[in-house]
Design a protein around this ligand. Structure first.
Ligand SMILES: [Zn+2]
Length: 444
């Protein structure tokens, strides 16, 4: 009679294995062949003699119903003999330290329910990596160690399960951006409780043999360089209504946005700073060669035949789109008309290649779009037309996420009034910058 009971974990030189543990009578067993196969030991079970021979560093022989184990030429007696059940050989769990220890020629013993073979500790040491904007608490440990990391009130708590360590691990004191650190020992786990300085966010990252607890200041962000692209310019006025030209408003707005971003510590590149015509292809080239982290194209919307349309919308690239997105896309892509004249047209192949490249940034573009759109509608009194997708040529970049912002409608009387109002434009630009900052923060 076999009863499936629990599982047995074996840590073999840092590699963790788990096997089913079977209860038979008073004792617990594991199935020998599955253990040997998973651990990659060579073995041979002679069905005539019933002797199982296993070879690694030493040769170990066992047989069912016989309490004697042979290790090379030596014989050892087990408290409980192996069993044969349903054609399989089971070895008692209590015999595993002897069998696996002999096979590997390493120390094998049970520690908190885990059989450790050739393992003295699984947490080796703690190191610090402290630089001005960043502090990493590095725990060098076995890759099989399980951990939990989360925020509990104002503390960040790291729990490491089944640790084997020496005392030095517990002797920790805070450094760098970690303002406080406490060590606690539990039953089958240890706990580190951290407090970050200035309520900074902390993160636990597995990096090979290290479990890194990382704190960064906002200055150490991954979004550093931003391209601001004022739409249209020169002979391409963009949308025009009652003498108001899109190209002028977006240049004014873009300059404000660029200045604000620079004050926040971003590196900013503008595709144009004057009233000049820049082909769409050159705009993408400027952005791509800068290897920037985000591209934001600034526009004003137009619906000449639907003067009641108003509000703010943000786009990221997609081939699939709504009828309205198609309309906006046709308007914004119309700079191509001017490009044909200047001989800087785009080939169909360029579009396809750039489309493919941009797909890897769609998720980030969407995230940036969400942040900017939300910030705009929250801070400015603008109707929220939402985040949309359209096939804008200018968003087909190779190296970075890209969004296109339509601040408001130049064709809507009230929106146009707002766009011409310096105070409003200032507020809209602040909102765009805050949206970009929120996105940057989400990527650190
Ligand atoms: Zn435009």
């Amino acid at each position: 009679m076999i009863f499936f009971i629990l599982s047995l974990s074996i840590n073999l030189s840092g590699k963790m294995y788990t096997f089913r543990e079977y209860g038979m009578g008073q004792h617990k067993y594991i199935m020998t062949n599955s253990m040997l196969e998973e651990m990659d030991f060579s073995y041979y079970w002679d069905l005539n003699t019933q002797i199982l021979t296993i070879q690694k560093e030493n040769i170990v022989s066992i047989m069912p119903d016989n309490p004697f184990v042979k290790v090379n030429r030596d014989v050892f007696q087990l408290e409980v003999p192996p069993l044969r059940e349903e054609g399989k050989l089971f070895v008692p769990v209590s015999s595993l330290p002897l069998i696996l220890g002999s096979l590997t020629n390493m120390e094998a013993k049970f520690n908190q329910g885990i059989l450790e073979v050739g393992v003295k500790v699984n947490i080796y040491k703690i190191e610090w990596d402290v630089t001005p904007g960043k502090t990493i608490f590095k725990i060098e440990c076995s890759p099989s160690l399980k951990h939990l990391f989360n925020k509990v009130e104002d503390e960040w708590v790291l729990v490491i399960f089944d640790p084997i360590y020496d005392k030095s691990i517990s002797e920790v004191s805070p450094k760098g951006l970690i303002g406080d650190i406490k060590f606690e020992k539990g039953n089958g786990f240890i706990k580190f409780r951290f407090k970050a300085k200035d309520d900074l966010a902390m993160d636990a990252i597995r990096d090979g043999k290290y479990l890194n607890i990382k704190v960064k200041t906002f200055e150490e962000r991954s979004i550093k360089t931003i391209v601001i692209d004022p739409g249209h310019g020169g002979e391409d006025p963009g949308a025009v209504c009652k003498g108001v030209q899109e190209k002028d408003i977006v240049l004014k707005a873009s300059k404000k946005i660029a200045a604000k971003l620079a004050r926040e510590g971003f590196d900013v590149i503008m595709t144009r700073t004057e009233d000049v015509f820049i082909p769409l292809k050159d705009r993408t080239k400027i952005a791509d060669s800068a290897r920037a982290d985000l591209f934001v194209s600034i526009h004003c919307n137009a619906a000449p035949n639907k003067r009641d349309m108003n509000g703010s919308e943000t786009y990221f690239l997609s081939a699939a789109r709504s009828d309205w997105a198609r309309t906006v896309e046709a308007t914004e892509n119309s700079a191509i008309r001017f490009e044909a004249k200047s001989g800087a047209g785009l080939s169909e192949l360029d579009y396809i290649l750039n489309d493919l490249a941009q797909t890897q940034f769609l998720e980030e573009s969407q995230q940036a779009g969400i942040c900017i759109q939300e910030s705009m509608v929250q801070k400015c009194d603008l109707y929220n037309r939402g985040l949309k997708q359209a096939n804008f040529y200018v968003l087909r970049l190779n190296y970075m996420p890209a969004v296109l912002v339509e601040i408001a409608f130049i064709t809507h009387a009230e929106d146009r009034k707002k766009l011409l109002d310096d105070k409003f434009l200032e507020k809209a630009c602040d909102a765009i910058v805050e949206g970009i900052e929120a996105y940057a923060k989400s990527r650190t």
